[in-house]
Design a protein around this ligand. Structure first.
Ligand code: ATP
Length: 265
């Protein structure tokens, strides 16, 4: 049995006057330790799908199982890294990274030491733990957010455009750091991104979603010579351009279809 099973998900958002079907007939599986990405035109339902898998939204139809258990019955098994770091501005870095452990009653000397060590492994040492978030750069804050997420040892990590607010150089460095860290911990992760290069460089598989309603249009297996490399080196490998062009063309054809369906006849 696969680690994560997403079965026949349909989702419609209802308001007083409208019904928007965001997702239709989504089924997929993810293996333990795998890194997959959801890529697709704006509004194709990537965030909705991520929220359903994380049990933040209940789907209109379908089920999500993590290690064969419905996600609605799980606690603390899923961690997040989002575009904004959501660090509490009035709490120190140490208080921020220990908060999840405290709330889930897992805070003890051992988990505290492990978490502070992880902060150092992320290159954040020299007394940073006593500082406030505003004293840190955007890239440093995202590293803190990753430590906070990993502190409670979630089984599955959800990454919703975690690098999109960063400058290009910081983003490339963080892609490597996140990828290496998740590999070292053997974590399973799902990334939502608009960036084809990022999806290829970080993933084992890429799910391309088509819009209105969102469906899985195609799945791309990343060539094994790229999977072996860190994201930075993968971007510079000759196999990268080939798969980039293939996905680019597919995404472009999807975007053209979307534009046409928006043009009034
Ligand atoms: N709370 C909501 N109520 C009504 N419709 C919604 C709601 N949230 C999302 N939608 C609609 O559902 C569809 C999918 O939205 P979603 O945010 O999941 O897409 P996305 O692929 O993540 O978009 P983007 O790439 O722009 O972030 C869109 O048509 C959106 O307008």
């Amino acid at each position: 049995m696969s680690f994560l099973q997403v079965r026949n998900i349909h989702h419609t958002y209802f308001t007083k006057d409208t019904a928007t079907t965001a997702l239709s007939d989504i089924s997929l599986t993810v293996e333990e330790g795998e890194f997959v990405s959801f890529l697709g035109p704006s509004g194709c339902g990537k965030t909705t799908l991520l929220s359903i898998i994380a049990n933040l939204i209940k789907p209109t139809e379908g089920t999500v199982l993590l290690e064969n258990k419905p996600v609605s019955t799980l606690k603390n098994d899923i961690g997040y890294m989002l575009q904004q770091d959501y660090l509490f501005p009035w709490k120190t870095i140490e208080e921020n990274i220990l908060l999840g452990l405290k709330l889930s009653k897992q805070l003890n000397e051992k988990t505290k030491t492990n978490t502070l060590n992880l902060l150092k492994q992320m290159g954040l040492n020299g007394g940073i733990e006593k500082q406030l978030p505003k004293q840190l750069s955007g890239g440093m804050r995202q590293r803190v957010a990753l430590v906070r997420t990993l502190a409670t040892e979630p089984k599955l990590l959800m990454l919703d455009e975690p690098f999109s607010a960063l400058d290009y150089q910081t983003k490339l460095k963080l892609e490597d750091l996140v990828s290496n860290t998740l590999k070292a911990f053997g974590k399973t992760a799902i990334l939502v991104t608009h960036d084809i290069g990022e999806a290829i460089a970080m993933s084992d598989r890429v799910f391309l979603l088509s819009p209105r309603p969102g469906r899985i249009y195609k799945t791309f297996e990343i060539p094994k010579e790229l999977k072996r490399l860190s994201p930075f080196h993968a971007r510079n490998h000759e196999a990268f351009q080939g798969i980039f062009q293939t996905i680019w063309k597919e995404l472009e054809s999807l975007e053209q279809t979307t534009e046409k369906s928006r043009t009034p006849s």
